[in-house]
Design a protein around this ligand. Structure first.
Ligand SMILES: C[S@@+](CC[C@H](N)C(=O)[O-])C[C@H]1O[C@@H](n2cnc3c(N)ncnc32)[C@H](O)[C@@H]1O
Length: 420
C-alpha cells in the first residue's frame, strides 16, 4: 500500500504569498540599480501611495493608496500592484528588441545618447504630470520623452536643432495615426522597380514616397535614411535594407496601434518642431513640467555621426553645426560657449515653466580634451541663481559611453513661486 505523501506546506504558503501580493507593489526583475530603486520610490509616492519597503528590495508594502487604478495605469518600475499587472508590463513587451528598453517605436532609428524609456516614464510620474498636462523637452533628440508622454496621455512639446531628430520623433509618435495608409503605400512601393538601385535612384524613391499626408511621407523618408545608414556603415545593399527595415517599422507601428486599443490608452499629443533650446517659441509660465537631457555634443560629434542622413535630407551641415550646443568654437572657446549655451537653455526652461512645477534634467560631466567638465555644478549653481531650486539629486550609472562620460545625475528642480 502506498503511503500517503506527507502534507506539504504548499497550501498555507500559497495563501500567505497571495495575501502578501494583495498588499504589495512589486518591482520589475530588471530593476537592479540603486538609482532605479530611488526613482521607483519617488514615483510611487508622487502617485499618492504610502508604503514601506519589504525584505529583499523587490517589493513595497502598500499602507495607503489614493487611486489604485492610477498606479496600475502609470507606474514605470513596477510589474504588479496588489497582484495585478501594471500597463507597463504589456507596453514594454510589445515589439521589444533584444534590448529590454527598446519597444514599440522607440528603436526605429539608431541614435546615440538616448534616454532610458522606463526612466522617462518614471520621471513624468515623479514630477507630478497627469493626463492632459504638457511636458517640454527642449532637447528632444530621438523623441523618448515625446513617446513616453504620449503613452501616459501627457501632451509633449519637443524641440531639437537637428532636423533628423525632429523627423524621427515625429515618425515615432505620429505613424500609428496613419498605419493603414502606410501599409497601402508599402504595397505601391513594392511595385516600383527596385533591383540594382543606386543611391540616386533611392533618393528618387524617397521623393516618390512623399504623399499628400506628411506623416506617411515622413515614415518612408526615415526608412530610406535607415537603409542609407546601413549602406554607408555596414555596406549593406540599400534596396534589401530598405525592404527589411520598412517591414520591421510597419510592424512596430502596427503594434503601437494595437496596444493603444488593447489598453484603451488615451494618447497625449506630440508637437515636435525644429528649434533652439536657447530661444524657445513658447509662452512664459505655460509648461507643466520639463524632462530633458542636454547635448553631450562637446564630447560626441552628432553632426559628423549623422552627416550622411543630414546630407540626404538636402541640409547644410555647417549651418546646423552653428546652432548646435557643444559644437560651436574650438578648444577652450568651445567649453566657454558650451557653458554659456547651457545657461541660456536653463533660463529658457525657467521662463516657460509654470511656478511650483518641476524640471527633471539628466546630465553628466562630459570629458573634453581628457578633462571632465563641470556641467553638473554649473547647471546646479546657475539654476539656484535664477530661481530653480534643486529638490533632488540622484546619481545614475551609465553604460556604453565610457570614453565620453561615466556618471550622470538626475537633477530635479522646482520653480519658485515668486519667480514669475
Ligand atoms: C542628449 S541628446 C537628447 C537625447 C534624448 N533625450 C533622447 O532620448 O533621444 C541632446 C540633443 O540636443 C540637441 N541639440 C543640440 N543643440 C541644440 C539646440 N541649440 N537646441 C535644441 N536642441 C539641440 C541634439 O541634436 C541632441 O539631439
Amino acid at each position: 500500500m502506498n503511503e500517503k505523501e506527507p502534507p506539504t506546506s504548499n497550501a498555507p504558503l500559497k495563501k500567505q504569498e497571495e495575501s502578501q501580493l494583495r498588499d504589495q507593489a512589486r518591482l520589475f526583475g530588471n530593476v537592479q540599480f540603486i538609482y532605479e530603486l530611488i526613482l521607483a520610490q519617488l514615483e510611487l509616492r508622487s502617485l499618492g501611495a504610502v508604503f514601506e519597503m519589504t525584505d529583499g528590495f523587490s517589493s513595497f508594502r502598500l499602507l495607503d493608496v489614493e487611486d489604485e487604478e492610477r498606479l496600475k495605469r502609470q507606474l514605470a518600475y513596477f510589474q504588479t500592484v496588489r497582484g495585478e499587472n501594471t500597463d507597463y508590463v504589456c507596453i514594454s513587451q510589445k515589439n521589444r528588441t533584444r534590448s529590454v528598453n527598446q519597444y514599440l517605436t522607440h528603436w526605429i532609428y539608431p541614435y546615440k545618447g538616448k534616454f532610458h524609456p522606463q526612466l522617462v516614464r518614471a520621471a513624468l510620474n515623479i514630477i507630478g504630470l497627469r493626463p492632459g498636462d504638457t511636458v517640454l523637452d527642449p532637447f528632444v533628440g530621438s523623441g523618448t520623452t515625446a513617446l513616453e508622454a504620449q503613452l501616459l496621455g501627457v501632451n509633449c512639446v519637443g524641440f531639437d536643432a537637428s532636423p533628423l531628430c525632429v523627423l524621427q520623433s515625429r515618425v515615432k509618435t505620429a505613424s500609428h495615426e496613419v498605419v493603414d495608409k502606410i501599409r497601402e503605400r508599402c504595397v505601391e512601393l513594392a511595385g516600383v522597380k527596385q533591383e540594382g538601385m543606386t543611391l540616386h535612384e533611392a533618393a528618387l524613391r524617397n521623393a516618390l514616397s512623399s504623399t499628400a499626408d506628411q506623416r506617411v511621407g515622413n515614415f518612408f523618408t526615415l526608412a530610406e535614411l535607415v537603409a542609407l545608414s546601413d549602406n554607408v556603415r555596414r555596406k549593406r545593399d540599400i534596396t534589401a535594407a530598405f525592404a527589411a527595415k520598412t517591414k520591421l517599422m510597419v510592424q512596430s507601428v502596427t503594434d503601437y496601434d494595437q496596444i493603444r486599443k488593447e489598453l484603451r490608452l488615451s494618447l497625449g499629443r506630440a508637437a515636435i518642431e525644429r528649434g533652439d533650446a536657447r530661444a524657445l517659441p513658447v509662452r512664459n509660465n505655460s509648461i507643466d513640467g520639463i524632462v530633458t537631457s542636454p547635448p553631450y555634443a562637446i564630447a560626441l560629434d552628432y553632426i559628423k555621426n549623422d552627416a550622411h542622413a543630414l546630407q540626404a535630407l538636402g541640409l547644410d551641415t555647417s549651418e546646423i553645426r552653428e546652432q548646435f550646443i557643444g559644437l560651436r568654437g574650438r578648444m577652450k572657446d568651445r567649453v566657454c560657449l558650451y557653458d554659456e549655451d547651457m545657461k541660456r537653455s536653463l533660463e529658457e526652461m525657467m521662463r516657460v515653466l509654470k511656478p511650483n512645477r518641476y524640471a527633471l534634467i539628466v546630465i553628466g560631466n562630459a570629458v573634453f580634451g581628457g578633462t571632465p567638465l563641470r556641467s553638473v555644478e554649473l547647471i546646479t549653481e546657475h539654476a539656484n541663481d535664477i530661481g530653480l531650486q534643486l529638490t533632488k539629486s540622484v546619481d545614475k550609472t551609465i553604460f556604453g559611453l565610457y570614453n565620453v562620460m561615466q556618471k550622470e545625475k538626475v537633477l530635479i528642480f522646482k520653480k519658485d513661486e515668486e519667480s514669475t
